[in-house]
Design a protein around this ligand. Structure first.
Ligand code: B12
Ligand code: SF4
Ligand code: SF4
Length: 263
């Protein structure tokens, strides 16, 4: 099992399903979770090229690499096939992002790292610059002993004060205030929302609460191979943007944001 998983991702772990059963996100794919699920295999996919690489970039780091829904989706589908071959009596179902699994929580209980005040997950080696993907299975795995007290950050407050829209509160982030959410919003924006985008210099997403975090200093800068190949540091609006993370909202949204930046 570990050999197959290590060929898919540089870091992975096992979360008991019972740790997240009561926190499932209510989306359409929830029905794909097998009835007798016992474990969530959590895999981390690093995408960070290091601070210097992004100096002239106008999109957030996660959008620089080819759309992770496709790339990680393909890796996980392949991994599921290999696991099914090896364990024919068990069920395996892959998810990433558009997933009923609360991925931050699952990664914490898989013993892979901690949750920050900004709601994001930080791994010891790669920091928060990782995508989380998972395979839900009926197999019982070897779980780490993770105490609730061990899975939050040091709460230094740097992300709270640096957040441009003051979206981080005591109980996590206020989604609608978050600049990442604003850049993905369709239609007209308020003058204030436009100002936030203009001041950020970023046409898609927001990296501020990650960039200031001490847990992201001195982390590994080794994106997985599939990300190294197709990285693009500037947003595009030509005919084929289908392999980019900003494509799913349609071309109008990224065009609007670029127009705001260039005003
Ligand atoms: C909807 C969504 C968004 C929304 C709303 C975000 C939000 N936090 O609600 C928006 C569009 C704003 C967004 C933005 C971003 N997102 Co987003 N998003 C998601 C998505 C699809 C669902 C999140 C969700 O609704 N979770 C449910 C709620 C209830 O979870 P929660 O508030 O985090 O709290 C849970 C746990 O943290 C835990 N918990 C909370 N507090 C505590 C305390 C203790 C003690 C314990 C034990 C547990 C615990 O319990 C809660 C319930 O499960 C996830 C993928 C997924 N399926 O999880 C990606 C995901 C969280 N996003 C991701 C990314 C990369 C981003 C951005 C960084 C992108 C960018 N650069 O702009 C920003 C960061 C904004 C931020 N600070 O969170 C990554 C995060 C990777 C990481 N290192 O953590 C994920 C995991 C996608 C992925 N597959 O990699 N996102
Ligand atoms: S900046 Fe400080 S408070 Fe925010 S996530 Fe990082 S360690 Fe936690
Ligand atoms: S992604 Fe940006 S706007 Fe959203 S919580 Fe983090 S710093 Fe604030």
């Amino acid at each position: 099992m570990n050999k197959i998983l290590s060929e898919a991702a540089p870091a992975f772990g096992f979360c008991p399903f019972e740790k997240i059963r009561d926190n499932l996100i209510n989306c359409r794919s929830i029905s794909r979770i097998p009835e007798n699920t016992k474990s969530v295999i959590v895999l981390l996919f690093p995408y960070n090229f290091g601070d210097d690489a992004y100096t002239d970039s106008d999109i957030s780091r996660y959008a620089v690499v080819p759309d992770y829904h496709d790339t990680i989706g393909r890796i996980l589908t392949d991994t599921v096939e290999r696991l099914k071959e090896k364990y024919p009596d068990e069920e395996f179902v892959a998810f990433t992002d558009n997933s009923p699994i609360p991925e931050v929580r699952a990664a914490m209980y898989a013993g892979l790292g901690v949750r920050g005040l900004n709601g994001l997950f930080f791994n010891r080696e790669y920091g928060s610059w990782i995508f989380i993907g998972e395979i839900v299975t009926t197999m019982i795995c070897e779980y780490p002993a993770v105490a609730d007290s061990e899975i939050t950050c040091i709460k230094c407050g740097k992300c709270v004060s640096a957040c441009p829209t003051k979206a981080i509160g005591e109980n996590g982030i206020n989604t609608e205030k978050c600049l990442s959410f604003i850049t993905q919003k369709k239609g007209e924006l308020t003058d204030e929302q436009e100002m936030f985008i203009k001041n950020s210099g970023c046409a898609w997403g927001c990296d501020v609460c990650q960039s200031v975090c001490p847990m992201n200093k001195s982390v590994k800068t080794e994106p997985i191979e599939i990300f190294r190949d197709g990285a693009e540091f500037k947003a595009r609006t030509d005919d084929d943007i289908s392999d980019r993370a900003y494509a799913w909202r349609g071309k109008k949204v990224i065009e609007r944001n670029l127009k705001i930046l260039n005003k």
